[in-house]
Design a protein around this ligand. Structure first.
Ligand code: SME
Length: 138
């Protein structure tokens, strides 16, 4: 009997934990760079299904993080001009890059139905979560 969990199962567990335990985390998912192509592909996620399963580099908040290698905290999505709406209930978003061997290989993306909910504590916490995800992905 093989009880080992796959990478996707472990990443999905991270999404479930975050979405369940932090009330202003309403959609939690991973996007990953697709090989050498300049596009992100949706990985494990929890929340409403999204049409945006492939996002070109530079497009939306996620695509901008793929290029900048920096955290992106959006207190009010309505104030962003380069934003891809997944659901009309979303008010705010945070995207934190995941680095493996110093390379930006993807990101965690969290949408909130609350306005301006994310603090520096969320950034530090999610950087830690991303470092754990990187160890799963290595
Ligand atoms: N809002 C994101 C797109 C992904 S959905 O939030 C799931 C963006 O602007 O990149």
């Amino acid at each position: 009997l093989n009880t080992e969990r796959t990478v996707d199962e472990r990443l999905l567990s991270i999404c479930e934990l975050l979405e369940t335990h932090i009330d202003y985390y309403n959609w939690v998912g991973f996007y990953f760079r697709n090989g050498n192509k300049e596009e992100l592909h949706l990985g494990p996620y929890v929340g409403a299904p999204t049409d945006h399963t492939v996002i070109p580099f530079g497009k939306g908040i996620c695509g901008q993080v793929a290029v900048s290698n920096e955290n992106f905290v959006v207190p009010d999505v309505a104030a962003q001009d380069n934003y891809i709406a997944c659901s009309i209930t979303v008010k705010a978003e945070i995207v934190i890059p995941i680095f493996v061997n110093g390379e930006n290989i993807g990101q965690i993306d969290i949408d909130s139905n609350t306005s301006d909910p994310f603090t520096e504590a969320d950034e530090r916490f999610l950087e830690f979560v991303c470092s754990q995800a990187a160890m799963i992905l290595e």
